[in-house]
Design a protein around this ligand. Structure first.
Ligand SMILES: Cc1ncc(C[n+]2csc(CCOP(=O)(O)OP(=O)(O)O)c2C)c(N)n1
Ligand SMILES: [Mg+2]
Length: 317
């Protein structure tokens, strides 16, 4: 992989990490309304997959969608403004953290209903197939979604119709406080793919280059009309489920073990070993990222509130 690309991946992962950290501190000051589900610890997945996508490809995301939005290349400022519930936000301040969408960047949206993005992604993939524009869909969901009817129906339909889609299951070992072992009796969720007649691959979701490589192959296959793939990315969320959850149901040793496998730290270490970055370069990127986040905060703070009079304007019913 070219140096520019390796650096771009690093910058994007760092941007997501710093964005989520900053957002949390802002949330504590009361300036950010509602709640939020942080993506910290899972950055390698969104970035590894989305680095393979074109601007007009689609993604669907979940309640934990800030990372996917940024990885797909949508404007940071508009995400920040959305979280501040401002009119300049990507959903005009009316969606908030759990309903991030940006159609011009191919982001069809997230949502609070677990698994609900899967049939939507299949619909978009069917549309892409009919319109023959070579677009594909990356459908992100958590381990909690794999026992919903939407998962079974969606994956089956995509397999039968050979839709241009990749299913990306981010298995962070918990659905809220339920450990995966209490919800799924097989070792790898990826094994389920066999039951639908499509390939299923389990990858280390904390290794961005591994995710990138597997996603590359699956996306190529989908684009060539050879049908979907299920990719299970093994990972861990470093924070509680949402801002009200301290996550104390997880054994301390388990949390510590995963913290040692921090995707950002591991990737940074790899880039240093490869001679791609040194301390100076990584500090430079750090400063750039922090600056862009500060600018986004300024933009969000200075933006107007949505007008209550327009609150029904974007309701399709
Ligand atoms: C259909 C449905 N069932 C239950 C819930 C309540 N709920 C919200 S998030 C969540 C856990 C989701 O876990 P997972 O899919 O693994 O995603 P993660 O939070 O780990 O990223 C649950 C059960 C819901 N929102 N929708
Ligand atoms: Mg989960």
């Amino acid at each position: 992989m070219e140096k520019v690309k390796l650096l771009k991946i690093y910058r994007k992962m760092l941007e997501i990490r710093r964005f989520e950290e900053k957002l949390y501190s802002l949330f504590l000051t009361g300036i950010v309304p509602g709640t939020m589900h942080q993506y910290i610890g899972q950055e390698a997945i969104a970035v590894g997959v989305c680095e393979n996508l074109r601007e007009n490809d689609y993604i669907t995301t979940t309640h934990r969608g800030h990372g996917h939005y940024l990885a797909k290349g949508a404007p940071l400022k508009e995400l920040m403004a959305e979280l501040f519930a401002k009119k300049t936000g990507c959903c005009r301040g009316m969606g908030g953290s759990m309903h991030i969408a940006k159609l011009s960047s191919g982001i069809l949206g997230g949502g609070g209903i677990v698994g609900a993005g899967i049939p939507i992604a299949c619909g978009a993939a069917l549309s892409a197939k009919i319109r023959k524009k070579g677009q594909i869909v990356a459908c992100f969901f958590g381990d909690g979604a794999v026992n919903t009817g939407a998962f079974h129906e969606g994956v089956n339909l995509a397999a039968v119709w050979k839709l241009p889609i990749i299913f990306v299951c981010e298995n962070n070992l918990y659905a809220f406080s339920t450990p995966i072992k209490e919800a799924v009796a097989i070792e790898n969720i990826a094994e389920r793919a066999r039951g639908y007649g499509i390939p299923g691959i389990a990858v280390n979701g904390n290794d961005v280059l591994e995710v990138y490589e597997i996603a590359y192959q699956a996306i190529k296959k989908a684009r060539e009309g050879r049908g979907p793939t299920l990719i299970e990315c093994k990972t861990y969320r470093y924070k509680g489920h949402a801002r009200f959850d301290p996550g104390t149901y997880r054994p301390r040793e388990e949390v510590e073990e995963w913290l040692r496998k921090d995707p950002l730290v591991l990737y940074q270490r790899k880039l240093i070993e490869m001679g791609i970055i040194d301390e100076k370069k990584s500090e430079e990127i750090e400063q750039e990222v922090r600056k862009s986040i500060e600018e986004a905060i300024k933009f969000a703070k200075a933006s107007p509130e949505p007008d209550i009079k327009n609150s029904l304007e974007y309701v399709y019913a």
